[in-house]
Design a binder for this molecule. Structure first.
Ligand SMILES: Cc1ncc(COP(=O)(O)O)c(C=O)c1O
Length: 436
């Protein structure tokens, strides 16, 4: 058999550097490789396995649906599709809204942008996104993303305008409170929209919390952004691909702010099926759905709303509710944050700790805490951080890192003692390694 390294083009890596064990099984917060080595998963793989690996309810739902009906196109009805749409609208409280199903997060964001342009009557309207954001890797989603990995795509070709991220740790003025920083940052977005002319802007697309790029906005940010965009008559799209389904302690992260945080559209993927099958969705409010009602909707891929994926989605929503996982994430998230802050007091290399609304936290490593000098210029990675990942793996824990960041996002089903053990390992490795 040809080794995988020689037969597959792997995403997001230098092909020649790809070396990874083959994973053959998993259960709960653990997975294991072909040599029987087990790993505790501290990142839910790609921050997507919120329900853990091989959740029995999901596996059963997929098997049951496969025995009934594997596939039907959008021109025919499908029970699991209707059931999932109804439950998503209920959970999110978009009375009279609609759900458009996609294959994942990138096409959810592309379609959200398309719907926002149609519904706003600004078909060529600009889309405002943040620097240091990530919204997917299809061509237009790369244009939406202000990410070091997507620089080859010219945002202007896709009508995308980028604004600075709410990176309080680096961009707040000395002594500026988070709330004041959030106000200043949101006001700057308002100014950008005003400069473009509000009539020329179709939507603002941003994450309400979490973030692959490790920037977590101050609490005040999202409701202020909601108010600012509403005041300007610009639609707000929440990218909940990572932050949704308990990752940030709520079904959808904007719900932490109640109605003051409600976006006009939101995009979902990852936790929607806990990654047991590919599925994404765009949820739109009744106001956005109305202008789409009597026109041709030129959108959709062959497998959109696939019955197997939707059946997995229905089972996932049931599992989150039955097992109290959204609340669990909130409680464990507080613990996670407290442990990381305690770690910060022991390790000078930890500059900032962010997140903790749920089981999602970011630890930013610095060369000098006083000056906040980066450990390595973004998005480079310090060799000791690579070594951290490798030693942790050797001791049976899988951590995710990016640049100078350690991103902690374990499955919401992780046992408390496993979480504590992984954090104890992180603590000791941070002390063992040389960060100079
Ligand atoms: C916030 C956010 N949006 C969109 C995406 C893209 O989702 P997908 O990889 O399913 O296309 C991701 C993936 O990491 C993400 O984190």
């Amino acid at each position: 058999m040809i080794p995988e390294r020689l037969s597959v083009l792997h995403s997001w890596c230098v092909q020649a550097d790809w070396r990874a064990p083959t994973i053959v099984g998993g259960r709960g917060a653990r997975f294991w490789d072909e040599n029987g080595r087990e790993y505790l998963d501290m990142s839910s793989l790609a921050e997507c396995m919120n329900l853990g690996h091989q959740h029995p309810k999901l596996v059963r739902a997929i098997r049951d649906q496969a025995e009934k009906l594997c596939f039907v196109t959008a021109s025919w009805g499908a029970g699991p599709r209707a059931a999932l749409a109804e439950r998503l609208l209920e959970r999110s409280g978009y009375a009279g809204g609609r759900v458009f199903f996609t294959l994942g997060g990138a096409d959810a964001n592309e379609n959200a942008v398309r719907f926002a342009r149609l519904a706003s009557g600004r078909p060529a309207g600009a889309i405002v996104t943040r620097e240091r954001s990530y919204h997917g890797a299809s061509q237009a989603a790369m244009a939406l993303s202000g990410d070091s990995r997507t620089v080859e795509v010219d945002p202007a070709l896709y009508g995308v305008v980028r604004v600075p991220p709410p990176y309080a740790y680096r961009d707040a003025h000395p002594g500026e409170e988070p709330a004041a920083f959030a106000r200043r940052n949101v006001a700057a977005i308002g100014e950008t929209i005003a400069r473009l002319g509000a009539q020329a802007v179709a939507a603002v697309l941003m994450e309400p919390d979490a973030g692959t790029n490790g920037i977590v906005a101050p609490d005040e940010y999202w409701p202020l952004l909601r108010a600012e965009t509403a005041g300007l008559g610009v639609l707000l799209i929440a990218d909940e691909v990572m932050s949704g389904f308990g990752r940030c302690g709520e079904w959808f992260a904007w719900q932490r702010h109640g109605e003051a945080g409600r976006p006009d559209l939101m995009t979902l993927a990852k936790g929607l099926t806990g990654a047991h099958l590919p599925l994404g969705a765009v949820v739109v409010s009744a106001q956005v759905a109305a202008p789409l009602e009597h026109r041709m909707l030129n959108a959709g891929l062959t497998y959109c709303g696939h019955p197997l994926s939707c059946a997995a989605g229905v089972a996932a929503l049931e599992a989150y509710a039955e097992e109290g996982l959204i609340e669990r994430s909130k409680v464990l998230g507080r613990e996670l944050l407290a442990r990381l802050l305690a770690m910060r007091s022991r390790h000078a290399v930890i500059g900032d700790v962010r997140g903790g609304h749920g089981l999602f936290a970011v630890v930013e490593l610095v060369r000098d805490r006083g000056t906040r000098q980066m450990l390595r210029p973004w998005p480079e990675t310090h060799p000791s951080l690579r070594e951290f990942v490798s030693r942790a793996r050797d001791r049976g824990v899988s951590f995710a890192t990016r640049g100078n960041l350690i991103i902690l996002a374990p499955p919401l089903v992780i046992e408390e003692n496993d979480l504590q053990d992984a954090l104890a390992l992180m603590d000791s490795l941070l002390g063992e390694l040389d960060w100079s």
